[in-house]
Each structure stands twice: as structure tokens, then as C-alpha cells.
Design a binder for this molecule. Structure first.
Ligand code: SF4
Length: 251
């Protein structure tokens, strides 16, 4: 199964997979979403909350804050507790949470939790634990999806409204040079197969389809784990599941 890296940053990557079936990539996608463990706030004790936000909503917002996760900590069963004590006027952010472990902190400091008016206050304690996406989506480490490789056929050399057709593309990968319409160099994999260009111009000018033998796999980490950690852990969990099935069959 040849894999080519189309783009790779700290949190986002795009791979081109050929000679594979989409069910294989779907298995990887599902393993990432449901099997990879991360840490998230799961148990909140609210001592004071005189803000206009209900306790339940505040607790829910705390749970959805991505936390930097060290997978090795799971075995140690070490408890990580966050405390938050604030008085208004103040906009309280994720970065205001005080962690009992300096390595387990919110990935982003600037997530707004609650806005306190003059004299309003909150005082709470929140415990984080390991979990996976099968328990709650807050533990999911990434946004991950796949789609077939786009095929864009431009069949006319010169079109009157090339610039207008190019403007229809929501990801801006089409360009017009006078009446000549083309796909920007190296940008075809960014096509989202929306067919906006085809619907506007007509199939006789631009035809959009996909190559089902080539699949683009895209992943964006929420920041709890690195892309490598997420993919490694997902493959490990798939191997474990395959071994468990093999054991059941051979017993
Ligand atoms: S199908 Fe959509 S994304 Fe692809 S080139 Fe046409 S307008 Fe752009």
C-alpha cells in the first residue's frame, strides 16, 4: 500500500494512498476516533458559581478543553487535578486553570470558559482522566477523514467566462489566464469534489469525477497528542484487535 505525504505540518497532514481499499483507511479512521486514549476533564466539583452559566454547561465546557497528554501516565494512574478560582469582572480562559501536573495543561490557553461580571465568582476543582472516543467524543484526538482523488477534466481550450468559473471554486484552486482555465500547479488534491465549477460552467467545459484507486487521507490533531503518536497508537490498537480475533478463531 504505497503512501505519499502530500503535506505535513505540526497538527495537520494529508497523505495519498494508492492500491488500497477505502475500508482499510476507514478502519484506521475509526481506530483514531475511538481507540486512541487522551486525557480530558471528567469530574468537576463546583464550590461556587455565581456566574450566569449553569454548572452543567460550565462542566461540559471544561470537559471539551484539549489537554496535553502523556500516554505513559496512564499506567501510573496518577491523578491530575485542575483548580479554578476567579472573581469578576473577568473573561475566564482555559489558561487560567491551575494544574497539579505542569506537563498536563490545556493545549490552548485562549479558550473562553465563562465571562464573569463585577462581583461574580467561580471556585471549582476538576479531575482529568484517560479515556477514548468510544466513551465520549471529548477524548477523540483528531479530526480525520478520507476522500477519493479528484479528477478535473477541462475540455475546452478557450472559454468566455473562465474567470467567473474560477471564482466559483471555494478552495481557490482554479485559475484563468484570459480564456484559458486551468488547475493551479500542485493544488488538485485540495479539490473537495463539490462540483460548483461544473454546475456553473457545464460538463462540456469542466468535468469533475474521482479516481477510486487513489485515496486522500487527512488528519488534524486537536493537540493532545502528536500526529505520529495518534497514528502509531491507532495501528497498535488495530493489531491488538486483529490478534484478539485470531485467538478467538483458533481456539
Ligand atoms: S469541484 Fe469544487 S473544489 Fe473542485 S475544482 Fe470544482 S469548484 Fe473547486
Amino acid at each position: 500500500m504505497p503512501v505519499e505525504t502530500l503535506s505535513k505540518g505540526d497538527k495537520k497532514a494529508q497523505f495519498l494512498v494508492t492500491d488500497s481499499h477505502f475500508s482499510m483507511l476507514n478502519a484506521l479512521r475509526r481506530a483514531i476516533i475511538t481507540n486512541v486514549k487522551t486525557m480530558a476533564i471528567d469530574d468537576v466539583t463546583i464550590y461556587t458559581n455565581t456566574s450566569s452559566m449553569y454548572d452543567e454547561i460550565l462542566a461540559n465546557r471544561l470537559g471539551l478543553i484539549p489537554l496535553k497528554t502523556i500516554p505513559e501516565l496512564e499506567k501510573s494512574k496518577k491523578e491530575v487535578v485542575f483548580s479554578l478560582k476567579e472573581i469578576g469582572p473577568k473573561v475566564v480562559h482555559s489558561g487560567d486553570l491551575k494544574s497539579s501536573d505542569p506537563d498536563i495543561v490545556p493545549v490552548y490557553d485562549n479558550m473562553v470558559l465563562v465571562s464573569l461580571k463585577i462581583g461574580e465568582s467561580i471556585d471549582l476543582e476538576a479531575k482529568a482522566k484517560f479515556g477514548d472516543g468510544s466513551e465520549h467524543t471529548k477524548f477523540t484526538p483528531a479530526h480525520v477523514f478520507y476522500h477519493f482523488y479528484p479528477k478535473i477534466e477541462i475540455t475546452k481550450e478557450n472559454v468566455k467566462n473562465a474567470a467567473q468559473i474560477a471564482e466559483k471554486c471555494p478552495v481557490n484552486i482554479l485559475e484563468a489566464d484570459g480564456g484559458k482555465l486551468s488547475v493551479k500547479k500542485g493544488q488538485i488534491s485540495r479539490c473537495i469534489l463539490c462540483k460548483a465549477c461544473e454546475e456553473f460552467a457545464g460538463e462540456d467545459i469542466i468535468k469533475i469525477s474521482s479516481d477510486n484507486k487513489k485515496i486522500i487521507f487527512e488528519i488534524e490533531s486537536w493537540g493532545q497528542l502528536s500526529l505520529k503518536q495518534i497514528i502509531d497508537e491507532a495501528f497498535d490498537s488495530l493489531k491488538e484487535e486483529a490478534e484478539a480475533i485470531k485467538d478467538r478463531i483458533t481456539k
